[in-house]
Every structure is written in structure tokens, then in C-alpha cells.
Design a protein around this ligand. Sequence first.
Ligand SMILES: [Zn+2]
Ligand SMILES: [Zn+2]
Length: 222
Amino acid sequence: MEEQGGAAALGWAARDATGVLSPYNFSRRVPRDDDVTIKVLYCGICHTDLHIIKNYWGNAMYPVVPGHEIVGVVTGVGGGVTRFKPGDTVGVGYFVGSCRSCESCGKGNENYCTGVVLTSNGVERARGGAASKGGFSDVIVVSEHYVLRVPDGLPPDRTAPLLCPGVTVYSPMVGHGLNEPGKHLGIVGLGGLGHVAVKFGKAFRMKVTVKAIGCSSFRVGG
Ligand SMILES: [Zn+2]
Ligand SMILES: [Zn+2]
């Protein structure tokens, strides 16, 4: 069941496993108290999007509006929103909901929650089981708990990929102390994640070695 009645949205949707996207008109939900309405400016494309669009994982809920590397500007906030106001530049990553009461949610690790709602092709159980529609659209409505502030001066287009590949490498690097000058960082594969890891490694002034798939390794920094 699709929830109707909110902002009219124009998206790009896959209707089947051909990989073709076409224009798709739909409605965002009516904003709740804690919701932020965002005009989408940029949205990256991730290989996960390709997996879903082409139904490689057998879980596509067509029409699929992909996109979970979203940067936009706030156009409206619910009465209970405390962290954002219209005009703020913000980001949305891989998930837009969770139970907010389990141990993982309590620790700020909502991504481990069994009630997590993915940004695209996720199941919005609290909303009749509708499939979530991602950032390949002009507007998105997200609870403020899953909205991130984009600092002034950060180019919004280049920020978008930080919201999936960026955090995917940044989080374990920092979590394991791989952010100190002089340490060695090995990266296998210079793809969507790998090239961002190189940039973080350089920024942390590490000694970075890349093992490109099918090639011999080469040093890129240090
Ligand atoms: Zn991704
Ligand atoms: Zn939870």
C-alpha cells in the first residue's frame, strides 16, 4: 500500500529488470512532526542501486526509485524538528528509519537494527509495507534522526558519494585507528570505495598502497 497525500515527487524509476529508468510521478508521505522535507540537489549512484534495479538479489519492489547518496536543501520541517531549518544543506545515506528502541538504536548504530528502513527499496513497515523511494527524485521526506548536516564549504555534488562509499570506508578506518600519520594503509581494489579510502588515507597522511585488481600494487602516497 502506498501512502499518498504528501508532496508530489518526480522521480526516475526502474519498472523491471532491464536496467532502464524512466520518469515516475508519485507522492511523498505527509510530513510527521519529526520529518524534514528536502529538495534533492544531487544523488550518487551506487553499485547496490544497480543490483536492485536489475533485481540481481531477487528483492526488487518495482517501481524502484534508486539512490541513497542524497544531498539537498531543507524546504520544510515538522513542528518537532530541532536540528534543521529551511535552507540548511543536508545529506541522507543508506537508511531512513529504524525502531529507535533497541540496543543498537540506543548506541547510535541504527544500521544494525532489525527494524531498519533502507532509503531505496526498503520496507516501510510502519507505513503499510510500502517500498521506500530513494534520491533519484526531486523531493524526499525523512525523519530528522536520519538526516545529516553538510558543513558549509563542502561542495554538495562531491559530498553525495561520502554518504555511502565514504562512510563505508571512513567508519572502519577511524574505528580501527587507521587515521594516524605514518601508518600504512593497504587498499585492495580502486573502485567506488577504494578510491575514497585513498583520499582519506592521504588526508590522514598515511602511507597508502593500492592493490588494483588484476595489476601489481603501486604506492600512491606517504
Ligand atoms: Zn551504496
Ligand atoms: Zn532499533
